[in-house]
Design a protein around this ligand. Structure first.
Ligand SMILES: CC(=O)SCCNC(=O)CCNC(=O)[C@H](O)C(C)(C)COP(=O)(O)OP(=O)(O)OC[C@H]1O[C@@H](n2cnc3c(N)ncnc32)[C@H](O)[C@@H]1OP(=O)(O)O
Length: 436
Protein backbone atom coordinates (compact mmCIF):
# COMPACT_ATOMS: atom_id res chain seq x y z
CA UNK A 1 0.00 0.00 0.00
CA UNK A 2 1.00 3.59 -0.33
CA UNK A 3 3.25 5.13 2.32
CA UNK A 4 1.31 6.74 5.15
CA UNK A 5 -1.58 4.27 5.11
CA UNK A 6 -0.01 2.11 7.87
CA UNK A 7 -0.69 -0.90 5.67
CA UNK A 8 1.75 -3.36 4.18
CA UNK A 9 1.29 -5.51 1.07
CA UNK A 10 2.77 -8.94 0.37
CA UNK A 11 2.49 -10.97 -2.82
CA UNK A 12 3.26 -14.66 -2.62
CA UNK A 13 2.25 -18.15 -3.73
CA UNK A 14 0.34 -20.60 -1.54
CA UNK A 15 2.82 -22.85 0.22
CA UNK A 16 3.02 -25.73 2.64
CA UNK A 17 4.78 -25.37 5.98
CA UNK A 18 8.45 -26.21 6.11
CA UNK A 19 8.19 -27.14 9.80
CA UNK A 20 4.83 -28.88 10.13
CA UNK A 21 4.48 -31.72 7.57
CA UNK A 22 1.25 -31.57 5.57
CA UNK A 23 0.12 -28.19 6.93
CA UNK A 24 -0.08 -24.95 5.02
CA UNK A 25 2.43 -22.30 6.02
CA UNK A 26 1.01 -19.70 8.39
CA UNK A 27 0.89 -16.85 5.91
CA UNK A 28 -1.04 -19.01 3.45
CA UNK A 29 -3.43 -20.30 6.14
CA UNK A 30 -4.11 -16.77 7.39
CA UNK A 31 -4.81 -15.60 3.86
CA UNK A 32 -7.39 -18.38 3.32
CA UNK A 33 -9.10 -17.57 6.63
CA UNK A 34 -9.32 -13.91 5.57
CA UNK A 35 -10.93 -14.92 2.26
CA UNK A 36 -13.46 -17.06 4.17
CA UNK A 37 -14.27 -14.08 6.39
CA UNK A 38 -14.77 -11.82 3.38
CA UNK A 39 -17.15 -14.22 1.60
CA UNK A 40 -19.08 -15.25 4.75
CA UNK A 41 -17.80 -18.79 4.59
CA UNK A 42 -17.12 -21.02 7.59
CA UNK A 43 -13.64 -20.93 9.05
CA UNK A 44 -11.37 -23.38 7.24
CA UNK A 45 -10.24 -26.58 8.86
CA UNK A 46 -6.41 -26.55 8.48
CA UNK A 47 -6.49 -29.89 6.63
CA UNK A 48 -8.71 -28.33 3.97
CA UNK A 49 -6.30 -25.46 3.43
CA UNK A 50 -3.38 -27.78 2.81
CA UNK A 51 -5.50 -29.73 0.28
CA UNK A 52 -6.20 -26.54 -1.64
CA UNK A 53 -2.57 -25.33 -1.55
CA UNK A 54 -1.51 -27.95 -4.08
CA UNK A 55 -4.37 -27.02 -6.42
CA UNK A 56 -3.46 -23.34 -6.13
CA UNK A 57 0.09 -24.23 -7.10
CA UNK A 58 -1.17 -26.07 -10.20
CA UNK A 59 -3.36 -23.10 -11.06
CA UNK A 60 -0.28 -20.85 -10.80
CA UNK A 61 -2.12 -18.45 -8.52
CA UNK A 62 -0.46 -15.45 -6.98
CA UNK A 63 -1.92 -14.25 -3.71
CA UNK A 64 -1.84 -10.71 -2.39
CA UNK A 65 -2.42 -9.86 1.26
CA UNK A 66 -2.68 -6.37 2.72
CA UNK A 67 -1.71 -6.28 6.39
CA UNK A 68 -2.54 -3.84 9.17
CA UNK A 69 0.12 -4.23 11.84
CA UNK A 70 -1.76 -1.92 14.22
CA UNK A 71 -4.48 -4.42 15.22
CA UNK A 72 -5.88 -3.58 18.67
CA UNK A 73 -5.85 -5.97 21.60
CA UNK A 74 -8.56 -8.67 21.31
CA UNK A 75 -8.74 -8.23 17.55
CA UNK A 76 -8.90 -11.40 15.43
CA UNK A 77 -5.54 -12.80 14.34
CA UNK A 78 -3.35 -9.73 13.70
CA UNK A 79 -1.30 -11.78 11.21
CA UNK A 80 -4.31 -12.29 8.91
CA UNK A 81 -4.56 -9.85 6.03
CA UNK A 82 -7.23 -7.14 6.07
CA UNK A 83 -7.54 -7.47 2.32
CA UNK A 84 -6.99 -10.35 -0.11
CA UNK A 85 -6.60 -10.59 -3.87
CA UNK A 86 -5.41 -13.32 -6.19
CA UNK A 87 -4.52 -13.74 -9.84
CA UNK A 88 -3.90 -16.52 -12.31
CA UNK A 89 -3.74 -16.99 -16.08
CA UNK A 90 -5.85 -19.05 -18.43
CA UNK A 91 -6.79 -18.79 -22.08
CA UNK A 92 -9.87 -17.02 -23.43
CA UNK A 93 -11.45 -18.10 -26.71
CA UNK A 94 -11.82 -14.82 -28.62
CA UNK A 95 -13.48 -16.38 -31.66
CA UNK A 96 -10.01 -16.30 -33.22
CA UNK A 97 -6.91 -17.07 -31.18
CA UNK A 98 -6.85 -18.37 -27.61
CA UNK A 99 -5.69 -15.31 -25.70
CA UNK A 100 -4.01 -15.63 -22.29
CA UNK A 101 -5.95 -13.44 -19.86
CA UNK A 102 -5.00 -12.07 -16.48
CA UNK A 103 -7.68 -13.38 -14.09
CA UNK A 104 -8.55 -11.67 -10.83
CA UNK A 105 -10.22 -13.52 -7.98
CA UNK A 106 -10.59 -13.77 -4.16
CA UNK A 107 -11.00 -10.02 -3.70
CA UNK A 108 -11.99 -9.14 -0.14
CA UNK A 109 -11.52 -6.16 2.14
CA UNK A 110 -12.36 -6.50 5.82
CA UNK A 111 -15.48 -4.57 6.93
CA UNK A 112 -13.38 -2.40 9.25
CA UNK A 113 -11.16 -1.34 6.34
CA UNK A 114 -13.73 -0.85 3.57
CA UNK A 115 -14.14 2.24 1.43
CA UNK A 116 -10.67 3.55 2.12
CA UNK A 117 -9.43 2.76 -1.36
CA UNK A 118 -7.75 -0.58 -0.57
CA UNK A 119 -9.39 -2.38 -3.49
CA UNK A 120 -8.65 0.58 -5.76
CA UNK A 121 -4.99 0.44 -4.79
CA UNK A 122 -4.76 -3.36 -5.22
CA UNK A 123 -6.50 -3.50 -8.57
CA UNK A 124 -4.87 -0.46 -10.19
CA UNK A 125 -1.36 -1.61 -9.30
CA UNK A 126 -2.16 -5.17 -10.36
CA UNK A 127 -3.62 -4.14 -13.72
CA UNK A 128 -0.56 -1.99 -14.43
CA UNK A 129 1.73 -4.91 -13.63
CA UNK A 130 -0.34 -7.24 -15.84
CA UNK A 131 -0.07 -4.75 -18.69
CA UNK A 132 3.68 -4.46 -18.18
CA UNK A 133 3.91 -8.25 -18.23
CA UNK A 134 2.28 -8.21 -21.68
CA UNK A 135 -1.29 -9.32 -20.96
CA UNK A 136 -3.75 -7.95 -23.51
CA UNK A 137 -6.80 -8.39 -21.26
CA UNK A 138 -7.88 -8.97 -17.69
CA UNK A 139 -11.01 -10.86 -16.63
CA UNK A 140 -13.04 -11.66 -13.56
CA UNK A 141 -16.38 -12.95 -12.37
CA UNK A 142 -18.00 -10.55 -9.93
CA UNK A 143 -19.85 -10.94 -6.63
CA UNK A 144 -21.74 -7.69 -7.26
CA UNK A 145 -22.31 -5.82 -10.50
CA UNK A 146 -21.53 -2.39 -9.02
CA UNK A 147 -17.85 -2.86 -8.25
CA UNK A 148 -15.79 -3.30 -11.40
CA UNK A 149 -17.24 -1.04 -14.10
CA UNK A 150 -15.35 1.88 -12.56
CA UNK A 151 -12.13 -0.05 -13.15
CA UNK A 152 -12.87 -0.52 -16.86
CA UNK A 153 -14.40 -4.01 -16.76
CA UNK A 154 -17.46 -4.69 -18.90
CA UNK A 155 -19.84 -7.65 -18.87
CA UNK A 156 -18.73 -9.80 -21.79
CA UNK A 157 -20.79 -12.96 -21.30
CA UNK A 158 -24.02 -13.83 -19.49
CA UNK A 159 -25.44 -17.12 -18.33
CA UNK A 160 -28.77 -18.63 -17.38
CA UNK A 161 -30.03 -20.69 -14.52
CA UNK A 162 -32.41 -23.11 -16.13
CA UNK A 163 -35.11 -25.40 -14.81
CA UNK A 164 -36.47 -28.25 -16.93
CA UNK A 165 -39.71 -30.04 -16.14
CA UNK A 166 -38.72 -33.70 -16.38
CA UNK A 167 -42.03 -35.33 -15.45
CA UNK A 168 -42.89 -38.09 -17.88
CA UNK A 169 -40.54 -38.32 -20.82
CA UNK A 170 -38.30 -35.45 -21.91
CA UNK A 171 -38.64 -35.72 -25.65
CA UNK A 172 -36.07 -34.21 -28.01
CA UNK A 173 -36.82 -33.57 -31.65
CA UNK A 174 -33.24 -34.21 -32.82
CA UNK A 175 -32.25 -37.78 -33.72
CA UNK A 176 -30.06 -39.58 -31.17
CA UNK A 177 -26.33 -39.53 -31.83
CA UNK A 178 -23.50 -41.48 -30.23
CA UNK A 179 -23.85 -43.15 -26.84
CA UNK A 180 -23.95 -42.12 -23.21
CA UNK A 181 -22.61 -44.03 -20.20
CA UNK A 182 -22.72 -43.47 -16.47
CA UNK A 183 -19.17 -42.36 -15.71
CA UNK A 184 -16.51 -44.08 -13.68
CA UNK A 185 -15.90 -41.15 -11.34
CA UNK A 186 -12.39 -42.34 -10.53
CA UNK A 187 -11.46 -41.70 -14.17
CA UNK A 188 -13.39 -38.47 -14.69
CA UNK A 189 -10.84 -36.24 -12.97
CA UNK A 190 -8.33 -36.93 -15.74
CA UNK A 191 -10.88 -37.04 -18.59
CA UNK A 192 -12.79 -33.84 -17.74
CA UNK A 193 -9.91 -31.44 -18.63
CA UNK A 194 -9.50 -33.11 -22.05
CA UNK A 195 -13.18 -32.64 -22.84
CA UNK A 196 -13.08 -29.09 -21.49
CA UNK A 197 -10.06 -28.29 -23.66
CA UNK A 198 -11.94 -29.34 -26.79
CA UNK A 199 -14.92 -27.24 -25.64
CA UNK A 200 -12.63 -24.25 -25.00
CA UNK A 201 -11.14 -24.49 -28.46
CA UNK A 202 -14.60 -24.36 -30.08
CA UNK A 203 -16.49 -21.94 -27.86
CA UNK A 204 -16.19 -18.17 -28.11
CA UNK A 205 -16.05 -16.76 -24.60
CA UNK A 206 -14.83 -19.94 -22.89
CA UNK A 207 -12.00 -19.52 -20.37
CA UNK A 208 -9.60 -22.25 -19.22
CA UNK A 209 -10.36 -23.81 -15.87
CA UNK A 210 -8.67 -24.10 -12.52
CA UNK A 211 -7.92 -27.69 -11.40
CA UNK A 212 -10.72 -27.70 -8.81
CA UNK A 213 -13.30 -28.06 -11.60
CA UNK A 214 -12.26 -31.60 -12.51
CA UNK A 215 -12.10 -32.59 -8.84
CA UNK A 216 -15.66 -31.34 -8.31
CA UNK A 217 -16.92 -33.00 -11.50
CA UNK A 218 -15.48 -36.28 -10.23
CA UNK A 219 -16.99 -35.86 -6.75
CA UNK A 220 -13.55 -35.63 -5.12
CA UNK A 221 -14.36 -32.14 -3.88
CA UNK A 222 -17.56 -30.40 -2.97
CA UNK A 223 -17.79 -26.96 -1.40
CA UNK A 224 -14.90 -28.22 0.73
CA UNK A 225 -12.01 -30.32 -0.57
CA UNK A 226 -13.67 -33.53 0.63
CA UNK A 227 -15.39 -36.30 -1.35
CA UNK A 228 -19.06 -35.70 -2.15
CA UNK A 229 -20.60 -39.14 -2.18
CA UNK A 230 -23.84 -38.09 -3.86
CA UNK A 231 -22.16 -36.83 -7.04
CA UNK A 232 -22.80 -38.89 -10.19
CA UNK A 233 -21.70 -38.26 -13.74
CA UNK A 234 -22.27 -39.37 -17.30
CA UNK A 235 -20.09 -39.23 -20.38
CA UNK A 236 -21.22 -38.86 -23.96
CA UNK A 237 -19.28 -40.50 -26.81
CA UNK A 238 -19.42 -39.33 -30.40
CA UNK A 239 -20.49 -41.88 -33.07
CA UNK A 240 -16.77 -42.66 -33.53
CA UNK A 241 -16.45 -43.40 -29.80
CA UNK A 242 -14.60 -40.29 -28.64
CA UNK A 243 -15.74 -38.80 -25.30
CA UNK A 244 -17.13 -35.39 -26.24
CA UNK A 245 -19.11 -34.30 -23.22
CA UNK A 246 -19.77 -34.98 -19.56
CA UNK A 247 -22.33 -33.98 -17.02
CA UNK A 248 -21.96 -34.30 -13.27
CA UNK A 249 -25.02 -34.02 -11.11
CA UNK A 250 -26.61 -34.89 -7.82
CA UNK A 251 -30.10 -35.91 -6.81
CA UNK A 252 -31.27 -33.55 -4.11
CA UNK A 253 -32.67 -35.07 -0.86
CA UNK A 254 -35.93 -37.00 -1.36
CA UNK A 255 -37.78 -34.40 0.71
CA UNK A 256 -37.20 -31.90 -2.11
CA UNK A 257 -40.47 -31.36 -4.00
CA UNK A 258 -40.62 -31.83 -6.90
CA UNK A 259 -37.88 -34.47 -6.91
CA UNK A 260 -34.91 -32.61 -8.29
CA UNK A 261 -31.70 -33.46 -10.05
CA UNK A 262 -29.16 -30.65 -9.93
CA UNK A 263 -26.59 -30.34 -12.69
CA UNK A 264 -23.22 -29.44 -11.19
CA UNK A 265 -21.25 -29.17 -14.40
CA UNK A 266 -22.08 -29.85 -18.03
CA UNK A 267 -19.33 -29.55 -20.61
CA UNK A 268 -19.87 -30.46 -24.23
CA UNK A 269 -17.62 -30.15 -27.23
CA UNK A 270 -20.57 -29.38 -29.51
CA UNK A 271 -24.33 -28.97 -29.56
CA UNK A 272 -24.95 -32.62 -30.34
CA UNK A 273 -23.08 -33.77 -27.25
CA UNK A 274 -24.84 -31.13 -25.16
CA UNK A 275 -28.28 -32.25 -26.29
CA UNK A 276 -27.44 -35.93 -25.84
CA UNK A 277 -26.39 -35.25 -22.26
CA UNK A 278 -29.75 -33.57 -21.74
CA UNK A 279 -31.46 -36.58 -23.33
CA UNK A 280 -29.68 -38.72 -20.76
CA UNK A 281 -30.64 -36.43 -17.85
CA UNK A 282 -34.24 -36.42 -19.03
CA UNK A 283 -34.30 -40.22 -19.11
CA UNK A 284 -33.42 -40.69 -15.42
CA UNK A 285 -36.35 -42.19 -13.53
CA UNK A 286 -37.87 -40.63 -10.42
CA UNK A 287 -36.72 -37.14 -11.44
CA UNK A 288 -39.39 -34.47 -11.84
CA UNK A 289 -37.22 -31.40 -12.25
CA UNK A 290 -33.69 -30.74 -13.49
CA UNK A 291 -31.95 -27.54 -12.49
CA UNK A 292 -28.91 -26.29 -14.33
CA UNK A 293 -26.92 -23.22 -13.38
CA UNK A 294 -24.36 -21.82 -15.83
CA UNK A 295 -26.37 -22.68 -18.96
CA UNK A 296 -25.52 -20.74 -22.12
CA UNK A 297 -27.48 -17.69 -23.12
CA UNK A 298 -27.73 -19.15 -26.62
CA UNK A 299 -29.00 -22.57 -25.59
CA UNK A 300 -30.17 -25.01 -28.27
CA UNK A 301 -32.12 -27.05 -25.70
CA UNK A 302 -35.51 -25.27 -25.79
CA UNK A 303 -35.37 -25.38 -29.60
CA UNK A 304 -34.76 -29.13 -29.48
CA UNK A 305 -37.49 -30.00 -26.97
CA UNK A 306 -40.77 -31.38 -28.24
CA UNK A 307 -42.37 -29.26 -25.49
CA UNK A 308 -40.32 -26.08 -25.12
CA UNK A 309 -42.43 -24.89 -22.18
CA UNK A 310 -40.69 -27.47 -20.06
CA UNK A 311 -37.67 -25.15 -20.20
CA UNK A 312 -37.79 -22.16 -17.87
CA UNK A 313 -35.12 -19.52 -17.38
CA UNK A 314 -35.02 -18.85 -13.66
CA UNK A 315 -32.17 -16.32 -13.67
CA UNK A 316 -30.09 -14.45 -16.16
CA UNK A 317 -26.83 -13.06 -14.86
CA UNK A 318 -23.64 -11.38 -15.93
CA UNK A 319 -20.79 -13.88 -15.99
CA UNK A 320 -17.40 -12.97 -17.46
CA UNK A 321 -16.20 -9.37 -17.12
CA UNK A 322 -13.42 -8.33 -19.49
CA UNK A 323 -11.00 -5.40 -19.25
CA UNK A 324 -8.70 -4.29 -22.03
CA UNK A 325 -5.01 -3.76 -21.29
CA UNK A 326 -3.84 -3.80 -24.91
CA UNK A 327 -6.85 -3.28 -27.20
CA UNK A 328 -4.81 -3.63 -30.39
CA UNK A 329 -3.55 -7.07 -29.33
CA UNK A 330 -7.09 -8.07 -28.37
CA UNK A 331 -8.42 -7.02 -31.76
CA UNK A 332 -5.65 -8.88 -33.59
CA UNK A 333 -6.48 -12.03 -31.62
CA UNK A 334 -10.23 -11.79 -32.23
CA UNK A 335 -12.03 -13.65 -34.99
CA UNK A 336 -14.45 -11.59 -37.11
CA UNK A 337 -17.33 -12.92 -39.18
CA UNK A 338 -17.47 -9.86 -41.45
CA UNK A 339 -14.92 -7.66 -43.18
CA UNK A 340 -14.73 -3.87 -43.06
CA UNK A 341 -12.88 -0.89 -41.61
CA UNK A 342 -13.47 1.32 -38.62
CA UNK A 343 -11.67 3.81 -36.43
CA UNK A 344 -12.13 2.71 -32.85
CA UNK A 345 -11.29 5.02 -29.95
CA UNK A 346 -11.21 4.06 -26.27
CA UNK A 347 -11.33 6.40 -23.29
CA UNK A 348 -10.05 4.89 -20.08
CA UNK A 349 -10.00 6.61 -16.69
CA UNK A 350 -7.10 4.34 -15.62
CA UNK A 351 -5.30 5.14 -18.88
CA UNK A 352 -4.34 1.53 -19.52
CA UNK A 353 -6.27 1.13 -22.77
CA UNK A 354 -6.78 4.67 -24.04
CA UNK A 355 -6.10 5.34 -27.71
CA UNK A 356 -7.42 5.28 -31.23
CA UNK A 357 -6.89 2.58 -33.82
CA UNK A 358 -7.68 1.98 -37.45
CA UNK A 359 -9.14 -1.54 -37.57
CA UNK A 360 -9.20 -3.16 -41.01
CA UNK A 361 -10.75 -6.61 -41.08
CA UNK A 362 -10.06 -8.83 -44.02
CA UNK A 363 -10.91 -12.54 -44.24
CA UNK A 364 -11.90 -12.55 -40.57
CA UNK A 365 -8.65 -11.14 -39.16
CA UNK A 366 -7.92 -7.56 -38.14
CA UNK A 367 -4.96 -5.41 -39.14
CA UNK A 368 -4.75 -2.78 -36.41
CA UNK A 369 -2.87 0.49 -36.78
CA UNK A 370 -2.51 2.86 -33.85
CA UNK A 371 -3.40 6.47 -34.64
CA UNK A 372 -1.52 9.21 -32.82
CA UNK A 373 -3.20 12.31 -31.41
CA UNK A 374 -3.53 14.80 -34.25
CA UNK A 375 -3.49 12.13 -36.99
CA UNK A 376 -6.19 12.82 -39.58
CA UNK A 377 -8.89 10.16 -39.70
CA UNK A 378 -8.66 8.00 -42.82
CA UNK A 379 -11.24 9.41 -45.28
CA UNK A 380 -14.46 7.46 -45.60
CA UNK A 381 -13.79 5.27 -42.58
CA UNK A 382 -16.46 5.61 -39.88
CA UNK A 383 -15.28 6.36 -36.33
CA UNK A 384 -16.67 5.42 -32.95
CA UNK A 385 -15.47 6.08 -29.45
CA UNK A 386 -16.25 4.07 -26.35
CA UNK A 387 -15.41 3.64 -22.69
CA UNK A 388 -13.00 0.86 -21.74
CA UNK A 389 -15.86 -1.03 -20.04
CA UNK A 390 -17.97 -0.83 -23.22
CA UNK A 391 -15.07 -2.26 -25.24
CA UNK A 392 -14.83 -5.15 -22.75
CA UNK A 393 -18.54 -5.84 -23.27
CA UNK A 394 -18.40 -5.59 -27.07
CA UNK A 395 -15.28 -7.64 -27.49
CA UNK A 396 -16.80 -11.13 -27.54
CA UNK A 397 -19.98 -9.99 -29.27
CA UNK A 398 -22.21 -10.40 -26.21
CA UNK A 399 -23.95 -7.06 -26.78
CA UNK A 400 -24.42 -4.74 -29.73
CA UNK A 401 -22.82 -1.33 -30.14
CA UNK A 402 -26.28 0.04 -30.78
CA UNK A 403 -27.47 -1.00 -27.33
CA UNK A 404 -24.33 0.37 -25.69
CA UNK A 405 -24.74 3.55 -27.69
CA UNK A 406 -28.25 3.91 -26.27
CA UNK A 407 -26.75 3.40 -22.80
CA UNK A 408 -23.99 5.97 -23.39
CA UNK A 409 -20.94 3.68 -23.40
CA UNK A 410 -20.43 3.92 -27.18
CA UNK A 411 -20.42 7.25 -29.00
CA UNK A 412 -20.58 8.01 -32.71
CA UNK A 413 -22.95 8.61 -35.61
CA UNK A 414 -25.56 5.92 -36.25
CA UNK A 415 -23.89 4.71 -39.45
CA UNK A 416 -20.54 4.29 -37.65
CA UNK A 417 -22.23 2.32 -34.86
CA UNK A 418 -23.86 0.26 -37.61
CA UNK A 419 -20.41 -0.52 -39.06
CA UNK A 420 -19.18 -1.43 -35.58
CA UNK A 421 -22.08 -3.85 -35.21
CA UNK A 422 -21.55 -5.45 -38.61
CA UNK A 423 -17.88 -6.01 -37.80
CA UNK A 424 -18.36 -7.29 -34.26
CA UNK A 425 -21.50 -9.36 -34.90
CA UNK A 426 -21.28 -13.02 -33.86
CA UNK A 427 -23.61 -15.80 -34.89
CA UNK A 428 -24.11 -16.95 -31.32
CA UNK A 429 -23.81 -15.27 -27.93
CA UNK A 430 -20.44 -16.05 -26.30
CA UNK A 431 -20.49 -18.58 -23.49
CA UNK A 432 -18.20 -18.90 -20.47
CA UNK A 433 -19.01 -21.62 -17.95
CA UNK A 434 -15.87 -21.02 -15.87
CA UNK A 435 -16.35 -19.20 -12.58
CA UNK A 436 -13.29 -18.06 -10.72
C1 LIG B 1 -13.31 -10.77 -8.55
C2 LIG B 1 -13.85 -10.98 -7.17
O1 LIG B 1 -13.23 -11.55 -6.34
S1 LIG B 1 -15.41 -10.37 -6.83
C3 LIG B 1 -15.53 -10.35 -5.07
C4 LIG B 1 -15.57 -8.96 -4.48
N1 LIG B 1 -15.59 -9.11 -3.01
C5 LIG B 1 -16.72 -9.12 -2.28
O2 LIG B 1 -17.84 -8.97 -2.77
C6 LIG B 1 -16.52 -9.36 -0.79
C7 LIG B 1 -17.23 -8.30 0.05
N2 LIG B 1 -16.84 -6.95 -0.29
C8 LIG B 1 -15.60 -6.44 -0.05
O3 LIG B 1 -14.75 -7.16 0.46
C9 LIG B 1 -15.30 -4.99 -0.37
O4 LIG B 1 -16.46 -4.24 -0.14
C10 LIG B 1 -14.82 -4.75 -1.83
C11 LIG B 1 -13.62 -5.63 -2.11
C12 LIG B 1 -15.91 -5.10 -2.83
C13 LIG B 1 -14.48 -3.28 -1.99
O5 LIG B 1 -13.32 -2.97 -1.28
P1 LIG B 1 -12.99 -1.46 -0.79
O6 LIG B 1 -11.57 -1.45 -0.34
O7 LIG B 1 -14.03 -1.03 0.17
O8 LIG B 1 -13.14 -0.65 -2.12
P2 LIG B 1 -12.52 0.79 -2.39
O9 LIG B 1 -12.54 1.59 -1.11
O10 LIG B 1 -11.21 0.66 -3.06
O11 LIG B 1 -13.59 1.34 -3.38
C14 LIG B 1 -13.31 1.72 -4.68
C15 LIG B 1 -14.55 2.32 -5.25
O12 LIG B 1 -15.54 1.32 -5.43
C16 LIG B 1 -16.73 1.63 -4.72
N3 LIG B 1 -17.22 0.35 -4.22
C17 LIG B 1 -16.47 -0.66 -3.79
N4 LIG B 1 -17.25 -1.69 -3.43
C18 LIG B 1 -18.50 -1.32 -3.68
C19 LIG B 1 -19.73 -1.96 -3.51
N5 LIG B 1 -19.80 -3.22 -3.03
N6 LIG B 1 -20.84 -1.29 -3.85
C20 LIG B 1 -20.75 -0.03 -4.34
N7 LIG B 1 -19.60 0.64 -4.52
C21 LIG B 1 -18.48 -0.01 -4.18
C22 LIG B 1 -16.28 2.56 -3.63
O13 LIG B 1 -17.32 3.36 -3.19
C23 LIG B 1 -15.20 3.36 -4.34
O14 LIG B 1 -15.81 4.31 -5.19
P3 LIG B 1 -15.02 5.66 -5.62
O15 LIG B 1 -13.75 5.22 -6.28
O16 LIG B 1 -15.98 6.33 -6.52
O17 LIG B 1 -14.78 6.37 -4.33
Amino acid sequence: MEPGTGLRTERFQAALSTVEPGAADERTADWFQAVALGFHEARYDPKHISAVVEAYGQDGRWLTGVYDDEAPEYAWNPAAPVATYATMTHELNTGGALLPVHQITSVTVRPTHRRRGILRQMITSDLSRAKDEGFAAAALTASEAVIYGRFGFGVATSERTVEVDARGRLELTVPPSGTTAVADLAKLESLAPTIFRAHLERTRGAVGRQVGYAKRAAGLWGDLPEPEKDVRAAIHYSPSGTPDGYVSYKFLPWETEPHTLKVLDLVAVDDTARLELWRFLGSIDLVERITCPAAPEADPLPWALADRRRYAVKAHEDQLWVRALDPAAMLRARGFDADGALVLGITDSLDLASGRWLVQVDAGAAVVTELQAGDALPPGVPAVEMDAAAFGSLYLGGVSGQLLSAAGGVRGPADAVGTLDRLFAVSRAPYCSTHF
